[in-house]
Design a protein around this ligand. Structure first.
Ligand code: ZN
Ligand code: ZN
Length: 93
């Protein structure tokens, strides 16, 4: 379980393992250093919605969020040549 936050400044998303109020030092945005105090409850709900879960065999973890990566069967575009190269590189190392 993680909590989804958005930067107050640039709206970059970041998942935190705990609530931002549990931190002694407030968590900050990786891109601009802005404060992450806006919790994206809508997105959290969406992630838990069974309609957005996918059980296809293309990803090693199930269930996953539909089209969460290009390898998911529900992804509208699917992996590109570059994605295959990247994956191949991972397997070699
Ligand atoms: Zn930011
Ligand atoms: Zn899938």
């Amino acid at each position: 379980m993680s909590y989804l936050y958005r930067c107050n400044h640039c709206s970059t998303r970041r998942a935190l393992p705990r609530l931002h109020t549990d931190y002694i030092r407030p968590p900050k945005c990786n891109s601009c250093g802005g404060l992450l105090t806006y919790r994206d409850v809508w997105q959290e709900k969406k992630n838990k919605d069974p309609e957005n879960l996918c059980y296809c065999d293309q990803l090693p973890f199930k269930p996953h969020r539909k089209a969460s990566t290009v390898w998911c069967e529900a992804h509208p575009i699917g992996p590109t040549e570059l994605d295959y190269i990247k994956r191949h590189g991972d397997n070699m190392s």
